[in-house]
Write a protein that binds this ligand. Sequence first.
Ligand code: ATP
Ligand code: MG
Ligand code: MG
Ligand code: MG
Length: 475
Amino acid sequence: MYMTSAQLRRAFLDYFASKDHQVVASSSLIPGNDPTLLFTNAGMVQFKDVFLGQDKRSYNRAVSSQRCVRAGGKHNDLENVGYTARHHTFFEMLGNFSFGDYFKRDAIHYAWQFLTEVLQLPKEKLLITVYATDDEAYDIWTKEIGIPADRAIRIGDNKGAPFASDNFWAMGDTGPCGPCTEIFYDHGDHIWGGPPGSPDEDGDRYIEIWNNVFMQFNRHADGRMEPLPKPSVDTGMGLERISAILQHVHSNYEIDIFQGLIKAAAAITGTTDLDNKSLRVIADHIRSCSFLVADGVMPSNEGRGYVLRRIIRRAVRHGNQLGAKGVFFSKLVAELGVQMGEAYPELIEKQAIIEKVLRMEEEQFGKTLERGLLLLTDVLGQLGDSTLIPGEIAFKLYDTYGFPIDLTSDVARERGFSVDQAGFEAAMEAQRKRAQQASNFGADYNQALTSANITEFTGYTEEHGNATVVEILRD
Ligand code: ATP
Ligand code: MG
Ligand code: MG
Ligand code: MG
């Protein structure tokens, strides 16, 4: 069976609607009223208070296709993009939810029926994991569904800390959490990687497609696990990962949506090799950046805005790597509208403003990128046998040329180097102390210091950022 991403999204919503689930629209990437979370990173975020028993809905079963960003905070995949077949900064999570209604048995049966009957995936290519002590889930899989024992894997707290298991899911450091069962797809032995729980599990042969979480606890800041009023279900399946399977390809980057974006990026940057890693990074980043702007995030020097800025700059650096001359990134918003505008009309409605925000960032960073890269290349040439870039250099690139630390790390990694992260943090801290001391001399001196920074260095200050926003809004 072959399905487009759009057909899959529809099939998922329809299947769970037929099982009495209320179809709920995706919420914003900016979580409502949740200062503990940088971005919406899962389908359950908009239902957090319902799980906690602090909010009630008119339905107790829901289904959604939720836009998610994992580029900061607890779930951060920014540095995986370009290196794995399965990670994006922005992706869509298909999810079904039970608020104190059905629990483990129905959740597992629904998931299995959807995959093997609706999508007709071959059963022998599917593996499952359960939390080590969850005998109930294990028995449902092996006795009711009939998964052979060699494809049902128990995963415990094998990562050093309690509840650090892949099969114990938490939205963040606090909030709803619980044991989970996950479904993996075997893409075949021509791809490197081992089954979940094995030493090679980070490879991309066995790709995790669906996580079914049995929400049972509310974790407090002091680590206390308080049982939830009603055991619930929260599931998440990456639309791009399941699309890859239904489109008979291995990597998410080979699916319809991404091929469209990659071709457009290739044409704009004059790249002929469609498998070039930088094209994948750019195709990924245009999605997260456009959706973040559409949801009201503006580039800035802190918080959400700084994450957006980091992603834009990373994309611009990859364009530079491909030899793109001038503005290219913002030109991809139009193609994104072609690929995803039907499901997300705001991409079309807000196209002009998204393009403008991205273009201004590209133009600004373009001014210092080349010089920073030259400095970095110089430094690498002088490191001798060491492969560690000193923290002060990473800090200088950040402070003088506007290089976010992950961008420097990304360039370093490509060239076989790494960055002394602790040294970078120390240099940052030293700078903070100097600024603090300077401010003790009085406001005027501090003022002078700040404006010197603006003209001499980057022009990326908050003041400038705000001026940009005001100008855009006036248009
Ligand atoms: P992985 O182990 O592959 O990083 P995960 O365990 O972090 O995935 P969950 O938090 O369990 O993922 O999220 C539920 C589902 O969302 C995953 O099974 C996967 O299909 C999808 N997913 C998670 N992270 C990403 C991502 N960065 N890009 C695309 N899909 C993702
Ligand atoms: Mg992950
Ligand atoms: Mg996982
Ligand atoms: Mg998972």
